[in-house]
Design a protein around this ligand. Structure first.
Ligand code: SF4
Length: 476
């Protein structure tokens, strides 16, 4: 995808005045949030499982080299092959070689954010190999030449009418008078079109929700069964996964699975949870002849041992995105990166550099909802603050903000002067607010007053009010 995080402000301005997008985003704000709340409330041990999930992932990250090694040995013992990819380009070249080795013309794909991260579709197309997305949401956005706007609901920014128009535009071999007015008819059409593609594909590419060191298995969690068709019907199954998807044991995996779907869609479990271990064995009725795992680093090891290591606990449930008021206002494409919302605000600078994505850690109200719902208890606001600090240190913060903070620091180091200046400033703003107690425009605050009035301060400063309360308490 085209990386447009540096244009985050322009992207957001466009998203805010897009009425169709604004309507679609209401589905995220309501549906996902209510369903997650109900699922969590119905499970008394939900918070205990969150603690357990955090501990499992922390332990795994502390010993990641060990578990990766064990995992590779287990995959090899089951007849599969592990490929190590340090960068996105390494991963693309490895996948290309696998495809070329079986003269692949078409590959089917299960939903995978990692393949989005490495721009796999564009690359395969440039090499004369057709990638076919088989997850319904991914299929829809592939027809439109778009990228996911949400990590678990890639087409959440679209409505039914748009999908119908796309199907009519692309599926020209079907009856022009067919009824596509209901979602179920759209689903049936996509299913019929895609079913043929599974049998044409030479290679099936999936991501992995988990990699299990104990057994050398990869695990995918889906609701449509498309991932299972993708990985069993092609001659070759390629799993593309980042290294932090590792968990030590099947038991660890099952513990985290209990909070994954509940946090994501509010389901007790996703419809399909599929464990794959190696290629087809002699006694298996079906399955791929070859099983490859491409293990991608792409900047993750440089997060280990830093203040951003906790981010590697992420299981891509999307709960932080679903609860983010900024995402609710602008949707996913405005972030200009593969990963939107709070998790993207931390992960994107880690993977692509703060120079290119400095706006993202600032795209937060710091309400804390993301951290409060994260099943892996990732301290997202804290890490966004860490990125803001790095941004400030590297002079990437706008000059006005830097000078503003410098002025504030000057006064903050001199408490008496600070109190006098804040009292004076408050009185001036109060006068500016007039009888309405609202300020229409204010230099240095135009980012606010361009869209709404600034409430004028009333009463005393914080220190004055605190002193008054203490005095009142003493009188009592
Ligand atoms: S940061 Fe937490 S809430 Fe957000 S996607 Fe990752 S695991 Fe889910």
């Amino acid at each position: 995808m085209q990386f447009t995080s540096p244009q985050f402000k322009e992207n957001s301005a466009g998203a805010l005045v897009d009425p169709q997008l604004q309507k679609a985003l209401k589905n995220v704000e309501k549906g996902f949030v209510e369903k997650r709340a109900m699922a969590a409330a119905a499970m008394p041990e939900f918070d205990a499982l969150r603690d357990r999930g955090r501990d499992i992932k922390n332990h795994t990250l502390e010993h990641l080299d060990l578990y990766l090694d064990v995992y590779e040995k287990k995959v090899t013992a089951s007849g599969g092959i592990v490929h190590w990819a340090e960068s996105a380009e390494d991963a693309r070249q490895i996948i290309l070689k696998i495809c070329q080795s079986v003269n692949a013309k078409t590959v089917t794909k299960g939903k995978s954010m990692i393949t989005e991260e490495i721009n796999l579709n564009e690359f395969l197309e440039s090499q004369g190999i057709e990638p076919v997305e088989t997850d319904l949401g991914e299929y829809i956005i592939q027809l439109r030449g778009e990228h996911p706007s949400h990590i678990i609901a890639p087409a959440v920014h679209l409505n039914k009418e748009q999908v119908e128009a796309d199907f009519r535009r692309v599926h020209t071999h079907l009856d022009a008078n067919r009824d596509l007015s209901e979602p179920v008819s759209l689903l049936a059409e996509a299913r019929a079109v895609l079913r043929k593609r599974y049998f044409q594909a030479d290679v099936g590419i999936t991501g992995a929700n988990f990699l299990i060191a104990e057994t050398g298995s990869s695990v995918i969690v889906t609701n449509e069964g498309n991932g299972d068709m993708t990985q069993t019907l092609g001659k070759v199954h390629v799993v593309v996964a980042s290294i932090e998807k590792m968990v030590p044991t099947l038991e660890d995996c099952s513990q985290i699975l209990r909070i994954l779907a509940r946090s994501a869609t509010g389901q007790d479990m996703s419809v399909y949870t599929t464990f794959s271990t190696g290629p087809k064995r002699a006694e298996d009725p079906d399955g791929p002849d070859q099983y490859h795992v491409v293990l991608l680093d792409n900047g993750r090891t440089s997060m280990l041992g830093t203040e951003f290591q906790d981010m590697l606990r992420c299981i891509r449930c999307g709960a932080c995105i679903n609860h983010c008021p900024v995402y609710h206002a602008i949707g996913g494409h405005a972030y200009g990166s593969v990963y939107p919302g709070p998790m993207g605000a931390v992960l994107t600078p880690s993977l692509f550099g703060i120079d290119q994505s400095a706006h993202l850690p600032n795209a937060s109200t710091f309400c804390g909802r993301c951290e409060s719902v994260c099943p892996m208890r990732i301290p997202l606001p804290k890490m966004m603050r860490n990125w803001r600090e790095r941004e400030f240190e590297r002079h990437l913060t706008p000059a006005t903000a830097r000078y503003g903070l410098g002025v504030w620091a000057f006064f903050a180091k001199r408490p008496k002067l600070y109190r006098a200046a804040s009292s004076l400033g408050m009185r001036a703003l109060s006068i500016l607010g007039g009888a309405r107690h609202r300020i229409r425009s204010l230099p240095l605050a135009t980012g606010w007053t361009k869209y709404r009035d600034l409430p004028a301060p009333e009463g005393g400063t914080f220190v004055q009010q605190w002193a008054a309360r203490q005095a009142a308490k003493q009188e009592d």
